[in-house]
Design a protein around this ligand. Sequence first.
Ligand code: S3P
Length: 432
Amino acid sequence: MDQMEIQPRPHTLNGTIHVPGDKSISHRAIMLGSLAEGRTTVKRFLTGEDCLTTIQVFQSMGIHIEQNGDEVKIEGKGLHGLSESVTPLNLGNSGTTTRLLLGILAGTSNHYTLFGDQSLSKRPMNRVVDPLREMGAFIDGREHGNLLPLSIRGQSLKPIHYRLPVNSAQVKSAILLAGLFADGTTTIMEPVKTRDHTERMLQAFDVNVKREEDLIHISGGQTLTGVDIEVPGDISSAAFFMCAAALKENSEITLKDVGLNPTRTGIIDVLKDMGVSMTVNTTRHIGDEPVGDITVKGGAMNGTTLSGDLIPRLIDELPIIALVASRAEGKTIIKDAEELRYKETDRIQAVVDTLKQMGVEVEATRDGMIIEGSTNPLKGGTYSSYHDHRIGMMVAVASVICEEKIMLDHPSCISISYPSFFDHLDALYTQR
Ligand code: S3P
């Protein structure tokens, strides 16, 4: 059985680490590099399983991609260079690959079948299927095309004006990518701003994408030109160590070269609001993405309320924020976060059940949770990762302050986004 024993660690966390490359940006680098004319090189590519899935999928559509550790070379074949795949495309656990890929495949003149693992096969796809059908793609699958396996036959696409019904960068990106193939200008209205890596990276590939307040415009038929990309460190991975240090009094850690795109930095705002002592220095820009160093010190914290426009800026960090909130003074309320129910697992339920098992007073709501902070010790025992990397890492970070042994079931899922997570955690105990 895939299980890991995590012993209590009485010491503080200290030292410096470089977290691996950003997951969202790594996916996009492979996708846009494949659609570009000429060669694209990627440095600090995230070698997590989800991003390796993206490489495999594009290789099986005839793109030559060479991966050497975290360096990748892609020989792009242009907008219409993807070939049909003889075998169905295996999307594994990766929602980002699936949804963005559907946007690309919609504009090809090929037929594809897509399938994934148990978790991915439960995740809603109608959020991208509906607008792509409106643009002209033929898509079918279980629940009339809502659930994998899906089959898609690309068509010549027409542009649409589309208001995003969910605050999702994956949906926005799928439509932007389909918009590259459409005959005219596609406009997306985004009522709440979500991560904008697709827009920024399209511009780096020489594509004209225009933002006017909450509208984004893209015209079809533009040529992408291959580029050299360096991927910033993933703030969503860094978040686990920011929170680990915040939780343990007298700790002090620095995370180097972390992506600080403002659509992703909600975690910094919230930790500061909770009273965590931290400094953030933007040191440079990689392409159009700001990057910098984050130093966090452990100490007393207070509860807070998280809602509204902030939520998409920290959606993947909510599980670890919930753990931190359980140690803060007072109540923390998370609302407007129903999207958490549609991630790799229902993260509202998984977080609430896990924290309850640890002895935390916490209650699930329809769109979030209410956490009562306390100094009561957390309970050890056997915990599940729910086969969800971010729940697995949340449990592992709890071990930083738990005085009893924790057994973590299915820890291997952590390699979806952070294969070196436990090495980095250990490193923060040996650099004192
Ligand atoms: C992602 C967007 C987010 C996030 C996911 C990655 C992306 O999903 O949760 O981990 O790379 O675009 P939604 O846009 O569906 O909220």
